[in-house]
Ligand binder design. Structure first.
Ligand SMILES: [Ca+2]
Length: 481
């Protein structure tokens, strides 16, 4: 169809709407991202309290990844990375947006500089899909910069609720109120005219269904990025659901927070409603559905509660840490005609990979094939036993975190080995993840040569991406709280 001069009659006819590609050539993409959902928070991932029948069904109908990593242990860096296909360290977005503005002042290190806004020099997957004719919509959490960098400036036709804030003041309508010690007013835009008792996860789902309906009516391919706030703090859920899970509590359970369980139920109901609407509109066969979380489960307690939000056991630690509990997340993909049903894939993957994977699935071969930090997961989606041939995965969090607590660090996973380097004192930790998935036995002193070789790889990678590092704090006073 292309002439030697690169002129394409097909492109002209497509642009004029006189011909259309077969549906499979431009599948819809629904990316549902949970916020702070831990690696073992779903029924299909082994939770003993939470109930997730719709997500369990999605797993049975597609491929479920059992070693999926967020790009970072906190929100904004993972979100920036999955939308751009670049490592957070390369983007210089390594902490959540608000956290970039001011770090702790009396710690041994001053945290590395991190961007508050996703630069416009970066091209998101939404922008690529928009250029390819997709209707593109963000519903829910954005968290990638101020008004000049909202979703509308990064390739999204529709923005419902996206702001620079990382969490709502409340999950109940009108979704506004004071937040934090300073009582800053937070609100969720575009969700006016709700009703008393209306719940945010339900309302965002209503808005997502409107996007599907609109795209179906226009017979237009669409990219729906449904970025739920659930189950991030504030830990609030519908009272009847909370009562249901309170009645299930008994001694010895791994998961013990009934309100958190109820939040996850609403999240699961949302997935069920989206899947049902795709089926009702006859779009099921031509829509790729991806479900993931942006970082590991949060181990702290929320206001008014004394029971921890969740646990990522048997994985160690949680959000804010470079141990597996902070990094590993649920990931499942249903791609009709491509993914086999009900298969697990144990190959380590990173959410950065979603950029190229979605580009490839949408027929944007040049984007999927361009250099980047992620890989196209299509080989694994076709055959979960396949291998990517990737040896190393890197993590970089040059910041402190309050809940674990954790100190600035980098990490590399190399095959089954994982090294963590702590910047305060240069200390190394080495774990063998296959033998010791809970990272309980540090082998750095027993395997000095291996640890040194892995550290050399980590240093070389940091230099290759221009990773920002923390610096000594000249005003640090260990006697002062
Ligand atoms: Ca998060």
């Amino acid at each position: 169809m292309k002439t030697r001069r690169g002129f394409s009659w097909l492109a002209v006819l497509l642009a004029l709407g006189w011909v259309s590609l077969p549906a499979a050539a431009r599948p819809n993409v629904v990316l549902i991202l949970a916020d702070d959902l831990g690696a073992h928070d779903l029924g299909c991932d082994g939770s003993d309290l939470h109930e997730t029948p719709h997500l369990d069904r999605l797993a049975r109908e597609g491929v479920r990844f059992t070693q999926a990593y967020a790009a970072s242990t906190v929100c904004s860096p993972t979100r920036a990375s999955l939308l751009t296909g670049k490592h957070p360290a390369r983007l210089r977005i390594t902490i959540w947006s608000e956290g970039s503005l001011a770090g702790p002042q009396n710690r041994r290190l001053l945290q590395a500089a991190s961007r508050h806004d996703l630069p416009h020099a970066e091209t998101t997957i939404a922008k690529h899909l928009q250029a390819a004719g997709y209707l593109t919509a963000l519903v829910g959490k954005w968290h990638l910069g101020g008004a000049g960098h909202f979703p509308e400036t990064h390739g999204f036709d529709v923005n419902i609720g996206g702001t620079h804030w990382g969490a709502p003041s409340t999950f109940f309508w009108p979704y506004r109120g004071g937040f934090g010690a300073a009582g800053e007013l937070r609100y969720v835009p575009h969700l006016e005219f709700g009703a008393a008792g209306e719940y945010l996860t339900d309302r965002l789902t209503d808005e997502a269904l409107r996007v599907i309906d609109r795209a179906a009516a226009d017979r237009r391919p669409f990219f729906l990025y449904l970025a739920h706030h659930a189950p991030h703090t504030p830990i609030e859920a519908k009272p009847a659901d909370v009562a249901h899970f309170e009645a299930k509590l008994r001694p010895g359970l791994n998961h013990r927070n009934a309100t958190y369980a109820a939040m996850i139920k609403s999240l699961d109901d949302s997935v069920g409603r989206v899947l049902a609407r795709l089926a009702e509109r006859g779009l099921e066969r031509e829509t790729i559905v991806v479900f993931a979380s942006d970082n590991g489960g949060y181990l702290g307690t929320d206001r008014r509660q004394d029971v921890p939000v969740t646990t990522n056991a048997p994985l160690r630690s949680g959000k804010g840490s470079l141990y597996e509990g902070g990094l590993r997340v649920p990931l499942m993909v249903r791609w009709p005609g491509v993914t086999p049903a009900g298969r697990n894939c144990a190959e380590p993957v990173v959410l950065t990979d979603l950029f190229r994977t979605i580009a490839g699935a949408a027929g944007l071969a040049e984007i999927a094939g361009a250099p980047g930090d992620g890989l196209d997961l299509a080989p694994l989606l076709r055959d979960p036993e396949a291998r990517l041939g990737r040896e190393t995965i890197f993590f970089h969090y040059p910041h402190y975190y309050h809940a674990q607590p954790s100190t600035p660090a980098s990490s590399v996973r190399d095959g089954d080995w994982k090294l963590i380097e702590y910047f305060e004192d240069g200390r190394l930790e080495l774990f063998h993840l296959r033998d010791d998935p809970g990272e309980t036995r540090d082998r750095a002193t027993m395997e000095r040569a291996r640890a040194a070789a892995m550290r050399a790889k980590l240093v070389a990678w940091r230099e290759s991406v221009g990773a920002a590092l923390p610096t000594p704090n000249p005003n640090f006073n260990p006697a002062k709280k």
